[in-house]
Every structure is written in structure tokens, then in C-alpha cells.
Design a protein around this ligand. Structure first.
Ligand SMILES: CCCCCCCC/C=C\CCCCCC(=O)SCCNC(=O)CCNC(=O)[C@H](O)C(C)(C)COP(=O)(O)OP(=O)(O)OC[C@H]1O[C@@H](n2cnc3c(N)ncnc32)[C@H](O)[C@@H]1OP(=O)(O)O
Ligand code: FAD
Length: 676
């Protein structure tokens, strides 16, 4: 029987320790899900989709994924994604990217699949950079999945420095074609997801050469495999790059061209063009060809927030059923969730998950505004959003990695088992520190923007600063943290401003001492990245406060205020040394922050399980229980961890036979030999 109590679904037969947690929570998890996902409709749609998926047996994993070989993983992920595509039009709104993302994460999990990049990295650049005529030619085919594509930019020798990509696309005046060529091994495309074995088309980024002049990286639509035989076309070398830390259900690949010809019309030319006579038509912004990357980065905060939320759901539920050691009552061991250290490990990460998701919705909206403006020829918002998303991408991926790793350790030994599913989530999430721009490189992009902004403020032109950096010109007025969130923001603004100014001044001093600009930049790079992180963390705090301010439901507002206060104190404590250094923060204030932090942990404790339940991840999504087949088991909603861990171990292929060949072939002879 299921009893609904503030929508917390207390189910008969659930582990009583979890039931107790759900009963003591002070808010309605469905209402919280509405805040997390943006509306009642969006949250409800997620539940409906999860429910519908759970009723379709062919969408379930046919075997436990960690027990599969690489080939089996790719076969399984391809089986599931093609089966899913058959059901999709019935299950989701096909124009809704969030619904598509959600259903893929239910069915595929974190292992990746050969169509993941088709939708997220092949179609979007075609939409953004392709002309109407090019949309006519390829977009329909791509959307109907008549063709499968990927995004091939990174090379063996270059990823971060796009300007130095070596793959060339040389315009031939005589044939009006581009000749794609890979001049060296280093110039092989390397890493693109789904390139290795699955795609038959690729958006290829290559340096455009016209009459021996290099116009920099441009995007080209390239067919790489025959549509019938799926064999590589003549002049193309393509394959898989081998197993990775995660994403092993996907085929990241390499690609080389041997003077491979494509028509002039294959340069994606919505914003730039090469005329028949070789005349180059410039785009409205120098970095227009990078616009697709801003799009992907703008989605990463929400994405990474949900990755961390999944690991935390597993760890918090497990911590509520795991009993070990004693506190006051010596007759019963305590839930490990009652230890302050466990709370300190997990609760600030829950707060960051919420913060990243809220911040993510804002950045996605900002990107949509940019996209609309770009469509009408206005590129003035690009620089701001590039700077913002560069910082956010770097901070959230790093902190998500930290949070997931804490979740793993919080599960003790069982966290280390693949039965927890946390290692798979971790492998996938920390890929984000590297893909879409290596974190340090992207922090330095934001630093360029901050330095310029400080220079404007120094030149007495604070009016020229955009709203995101206006605080760089604010006067320093001491704050009383007791007055609430605004005071925390002001304290953080002071810290961030001071670091940006210090880094800029150091950079200027280096140049004044005769060091070249690039060398001076490098000598200040650590300080510059610190400024970027502080600026970004400030921005995330502000979005959290904005979101909580906008909530009307009192019970939700109260618990989110607790979570926000935890976030404010945790973040400020982490960077307090910057404010102690110049006396802006006193040691009394430091003590206040710590006490507030500990009291926030206590306030959140009764709501911890419901705060993670509110993400409403299904057991399928957490790979915690699939139909009648038992897979990863630690985050199960019903909390029955131990018997399922035992089932999991029994299903290990190693246990399908009592005596393994490793014993008969090697250990037995060794032991026999030792007896002689
Ligand atoms: C639950 C479900 C489970 C499934 C989970 C699946 C999750 C997803 C999985 C996998 C997805 C993986 C996708 C990965 C895809 C990729 O990685 S594609 C490759 C991405 N590559 C990069 O990001 C490369 C990074 N490098 C760059 O972007 C550029 O090289 C650079 C920006 C670092 C430098 O470019 P450069 O041309 O050299 O410019 P600079 O000289 O440094 O700067 C000049 C000015 O240009 C401005 N600028 C740079 N970029 C932009 C831009 N995008 N927009 C606007 N402006 C830009 C820069 O600010 C400078 O301005 P100022 O001169 O005014 O300072
Ligand atoms: C899971 C995954 C999926 C991917 N998918 C795709 C895809 O679909 N398509 C695609 O084209 N690519 C893809 N990539 C490639 C990815 O975009 C690149 O690996 C990434 O941009 C980093 O570039 P790099 O490998 O050249 O790193 P490098 O730049 O070689 O980084 C190595 C080190 O050098 C440092 N460094 C480099 N330049 C600077 C600098 N200017 N200042 C300071 N430090 C610097 C970095 O901080 C880092 O510590 C994927 C990568 C991964 C891991």
C-alpha cells in the first residue's frame, strides 16, 4: 500500500529508517520538484515520463552495465537508444530538449550512447551556423535520423587552442570545392563522441584557406561514411580511440582526411561565406564560429547540478539506512547521517546542486536571448555570455567532481563498489572539467573580461561596466553579516573585487617592469584564475538568492532558506582568508559564519532525505532497481540495500562458476609446484 503524506509516498515495505525520514520532513516533495524543474507541469511531466518508461520492458537494461565488455556496452546502449526512438513521439514532446534529456538519462544512464552527440552537438551547430538552404538539405534528414552525425573539432595535437587546428579546408577556385586535409598525425581529429564507429556525417572544424591565406577555424558539413555500406568514404580514415574513464557505451573517435573534396556549399554559411571567386564574407562577430560552444557551456550548470544530485540521492538515502556506532543511546547504533561530519560532507553539496540547477536555468535563458539576438544580427551579448559561461562551466564541473567524490566516500566501502553507481556518475561528470574547454583555459577567458572591466573602473568609467561586473566599482563599506543574505553578497563582492584588482595590478606591474604582455599574463595566471572563480561563485550565490526570493510557498521557502544559508556560510568560510587578509572580515565574524554553518546542518538534517527525494530520480535513473532485475543498489528508493547488494554480488559473472580458469591454469599449478 502507498500512503501519500505531503506527497512523500510512504510505501509499505520500505526500509523503516527511510520512512521515518520521509515522515519528519516539513515540506511537500512534489512542490519542491516544481521549484527545481521550473513549474508544476515540468515536474509532473518528468514523473509521467519516468512512469511510462518503467512500463516498457525493452527500455530496461538487459544486463547489469558494469558487468559488460566495451563492445557489449555499445551494443546495449545502441539497442536501448534505437528502441527508445521508436517510443519517443508517444512519450515526450519532441520539441522539448529537457524532456529528451530526461528520458535519455532514464534509459541510457551515464554510459553514453552513439546518438547522444547527434542531438546535442551535431544538430545544434547546423541550426546555428547553417543557412536556410543548408537546413533544407540536412536538418530534416538529421532530425529524422536518416543520417547520424557528430562534432569533430579537437585534434590529437590541439584542443584548447582552436586557432592552431591543423586540419585544413583549402578552397579550390577551379572546382569550387573545399579540399579537406590532415597534414600530420597531430592533425587527426581525436575525441569526438560517436565519431569512431557510428556517425556517417560530421560537422568538421577546419582552418579555412583561400589563396594561401588562413581565415581560421570554420565549420563544414562532411559525409564520412557511405550511407549504404557504412564503410568510410575513400580519402577518410576513421576509428574508435579506445576505452575511457567513462562514456564507454559511446565511441569517441579519430578522423583523418587525405585531400578529401566537399562542395563549396558545405561550408556552414549562415554568418560567413566563400563566394565562387574565393571572396571571403566575414561574420558579424570574429568568434561567430565559436557560438555553438557558448550554447553547450550554458547548459552545463544545470546538467552538472543534476549529476551531483544523483550521487547525493544515493549517498543521503544510504546514510539514512546505514547504522554504525553510537551517540547518546547505547542500545541502538545511529544512522550515519546523524554524524556532523557526514552532514558536513553531504549537505553543502546538496546546496550546491540546487544552486547549480537554479543558476543553470538562468544561463540557459540568457543563451536563448543571445540566440534570438544573433538571429536578428545583434552579436553584442556574445562577449558577456562567453565570459560568464566560461567561468560557470569551470566552477560547477570542479565543484561537482568534489561533491560526487564526497558522496562516494560518505558511502564507505560500498561507495567504492560499482553497485553504488557513483563511480560511473563521477567519470561522466568530471569529463566536464575537460570537454567544452579545459577549465583553466576557460577561467583565463573570464579573467580577460575581468581585467578589462577593472581597467575601465580604474580609468574612472564605472558607467561602462556591465551589470555583471558593476560591483568592481563599488566602494568598500563594512558589513554586518547578521543582517542577512545581502550582507553576504556584499562581503563576497568585496573579496571578488579585491582579487580582480590585485591580479590586474600585478599584471600591470609585470608589464611595466618590461615583461611582455603574454609572459606577464602567464606569471599572473594563478591569481587571475582565482579572481575568475570568486567572480563566478559570487554570481552563483546571487542566482540562488534570487530564486529563493521568488518563491511563494512558505514551507518550501523556509527549507530553501535553510539550504541557501548553508550555502552562503559554506562558500564564505571557504574564501574567508581573502577577507581576513585585509581586515574586511573580523575573527568574530569568522566565528559567526562557522556557528551559522553548524546550525544550518542541524536545521537541514530532518529534511535531508526529502531534499534529495525532491529531485525525483527514479530507481531506473539511479541504476538502483530495474523491473525484476537487480543492478546497482545503493540509492534504492525503498532503502533495502543489504539483500540487494548480496543479489548483485551473486549476479557477478565470476560467480557463475565455482572454479575459475585463473585457478586451474595458474594458481593450482603454482600451489602444486610449491608442494614439491
Ligand atoms: C544523465 C545523462 C547522462 C549523459 C551525460 C552526457 C553529458 C554530455 C557528455 C558529453 C558531451 C561532451 C561534449 C564535448 C564536446 C567538446 O568538447 S567540443 C570541443 C570543445 N572545445 C573547446 O571548448 C575548445 C576551447 N577553446 C576555445 O574555445 C578557444 O580556443 C578559446 C576561447 C580558449 C581561445 O580562442 P581564440 O580564438 O584563441 O581567442 P583569444 O585570442 O583567446 O580571445 C580573443 C577574443 O575572443 C573572445 N572570445 C573567445 N571565444 C569567444 C566566444 N565563444 N564568444 C565571444 N567571444 C569570444 C575572447 O573573449 C577575446 O576577447 P577580448 O580580446 O575582448 O578579450
Ligand atoms: C569525454 C570527452 C568528450 C569529448 N567530446 C568531444 C567532441 O565531441 N568533439 C570534440 O571536438 N572534442 C571533444 N572532446 C575534446 C575536448 O574538447 C578537449 O579535450 C578539450 O577542449 C581540452 O583540450 P585538450 O585536450 O587539447 O587539452 P590541453 O589544452 O592539451 O590541456 C592540457 C593541460 O594544458 C593546460 N593548458 C592548455 N592551454 C593552456 C593555456 N592557454 N593556458 C594555461 N593552461 C593551458 C590545460 O589547463 C591542461 O592542464 C572531448 C573530450 C572529452 C574528455
Amino acid at each position: 500500500m502507498t500512503m501519500v503524506f505531503l506527497n512523500k509516498e510512504i510505501r509499505d515495505g520500505d526500509n523503516p529508517d527511510l520512512t521515518e525520514e520521509r515522515k519528519t520532513a516539513t515540506f511537500d516533495t512534489n512542490k519542491m520538484a516544481e521549484v527545481i524543474y521550473g513549474s508544476e507541469k515540468l515536474a509532473r511531466r518528468r514523473r509521467e515520463i519516468s512512469q511510462a518508461v518503467s512500463l516498457i520492458p525493452e527500455l530496461a537494461d538487459s544486463k547489469p552495465l558494469p558487468f559488460l565488455s566495451r563492445n557489449e556496452k555499445i551494443l546495449e546502449s545502441t539497442r536501448k537508444v534505437t528502441a527508445l526512438n521508436e517510443h519517443l513521439p508517444r512519450l515526450i514532446n519532441m520539441n522539448d530538449e529537457d524532456e529528451a534529456w530526461h528520458i535519455h538519462s532514464e534509459v541510457i544512464g551515464f554510459e553514453g550512447n552513439p546518438l547522444a552527440l547527434h542531438h546535442s552537438l551535431f544538430i545544434p551547430p547546423l541550426v546555428i551556423q547553417g543557412s536556410d538552404e543548408q537546413h533544407e538539405k540536412w536538418l530534416g534528414r538529421a532530425k529524422r535520423r536518416e543520417i547520424i552525425g557528430c562534432y569533430a573539432q579537437t585534434e590529437l595535437g590541439h584542443g584548447s587552442n582552436i586557432r592552431k587546428l591543423e586540419t585544413t579546408a583549402t578552397y579550390s577556385l577551379s572546382t569550387q570545392e573545399f579540399i579537406l586535409h590532415t597534414p600530420t598525425i597531430n592533425a587527426l581529429k581525436w575525441w569526438p563522441g560517436a565519431l569512431g564507429k557510428s556517425s556517417n556525417h560530421a560537422v568538421v572544424v577546419a582552418s579555412l584557406i583561400i589563396k594561401e591565406q588562413n581565415y581560421g577555424p570554420h565549420l563544414f558539413m562532411v559525409q564520412i561514411r557511405d550511407e549504404q555500406s557504412h564503410e568510410p568514404l575513400p580519402g577518410i580514415a576513421v576509428g574508435d580511440i579506445g576505452p575511457k574513464m567513462a562514456f564507454n557505451g559511446a565511441d569517441n573517435g579519430f578522423l583523418g582526411f587525405n585531400n578529401f573534396r566537399i562542395p563549396r556549399g558545405n561550408l556552414l554559411n549562415r554568418h560567413c561565406n566563400v563566394e565562387v571567386d574565393g571572396t571571403y564574407v566575414r561574420p558579424p562577430h570574429d568568434k561567430m564560429n565559436y557560438a555553438g560552444m557558448i550554447r553547450v557551456r550554458s547548459r552545463m550548470a544545470a546538467e552538472q547540478g543534476t549529476f551531483m544530485a544523483q550521487a547525493l540521492t544515493i549517498a543521503v538515502r544510504y546514510s539514512a539506512v546505514r547504522r554504525q556506532g553510537f551517540l547518546e543511546n547505547k542500545s541502538q547504533e545511529v544512522k550515519v547521517l546523524d554524524y556532523q561530519t557526514q552532514q558536513h560532507r553531504l549537505f553543502p553539496a546538496i546546496a550546491r546542486s540546487y544552486a547549480f540547477i537554479f543558476c543553470g536555468f538562468e544561463t540557459i535563458q540568457k543563451y536563448e536571448t543571445l540566440q534570438n539576438e544573433m538571429n536578428s544580427g545583434n552579436v553584442s551579448l556574445m562577449a558577456d555570455l562567453h565570459a560568464l559561461t566560461s567561468g560557470i562551466k569551470s566552477v560547477v564541473t570542479y565543484q561537482t567532481g568534489e561533491g560526487i567524490e564526497q558522496a562516494r566516500m560518505a558511502c564507505g566501502g560500498h561507495g567504492y563498489s560499482m553497485a553504488s553507481y557513483i563511480s560511473e556518475i563521477y567519470g561522466c561528470a568530471i569529463g566536464g572539467c575537460t570537454y567544452e574547454g579545459e577549465n583553466m583555459v576557460m577561467l583565463l577567458q573570464l579573467a580577460r573580461y575581468l581585467v578589462k572591466s577593472v581597467e575601465l573602473a580604474m580609468r574612472g568609467k564605472p558607467g561602462d561596466l556591465g551589470p555583471m561586473v558593476a560591483y568592481l566599482a563599488y566602494p568598500d563599506i563594512k558589513v554586518d553579516l547578521v543582517t542577512g543574505p545581502e550582507a553576504y553578497v556584499k562581503m563576497f563582492q568585496h573579496i571578488s573585487k579585491r582579487q580582480s584588482i590585485k591580479a590586474t595590478e600585478k599584471f600591470h606591474r609585470k608589464m611595466e617592469s618590461g615583461v611582455s604582455r603574454d609572459e606577464a599574463w602567464n606569471q599572473c595566471a594563478v591569481e587571475l584564475t582565482r579572481a575568475s572563480r570568486l567572480h563566478t561563485r559570487l554570481y552563483i550565490i546571487e542566482t540562488f538568492i534570487r530564486r529563493v526570493d521568488s518563491i511563494e510557498d512558505l514551507s518550501i521557502k523556509m527549507v530553501l532558506t535553510d539550504l541557501m544559508n548553508l550555502h552562503l556560510n559554506y562558500e564564505l568560510l571557504d574564501v574567508a582568508s581573502y577577507a581576513l587578509e585585509d581586515g574586511f572580515m573580523s575573527s568574530t565574524q569568522m566565528g559567526f559564519i562557522k556557528n551559522q554553518l553548524y546550525s544550518s546542518l542541524e536545521k537541514i538534517r530532518p529534511n535531508a532525505v526529502s531534499l534529495v527525494d525532491s529531485f525525483q530520480f527514479s530507481d531506473l535513473q539511479l541504476r538502483s532497481n530495474l523491473l525484476n532485475f537487480l543492478f546497482q543498489v545503493l540509492g534504492r528508493r525503498d532503502g533495502h540495500v543489504y539483500q540487494n547488494l548480496f543479489e548483485w554480488a551473486k549476479s557477478s559473472p565470476l560467480n557463475q562458476t565455482e572454479v575459475l580458469p585463473s585457478v586451474t591454469q595458474y594458481l593450482k599449478p603454482m600451489m602444486e609446484k610449491a608442494k614439491l
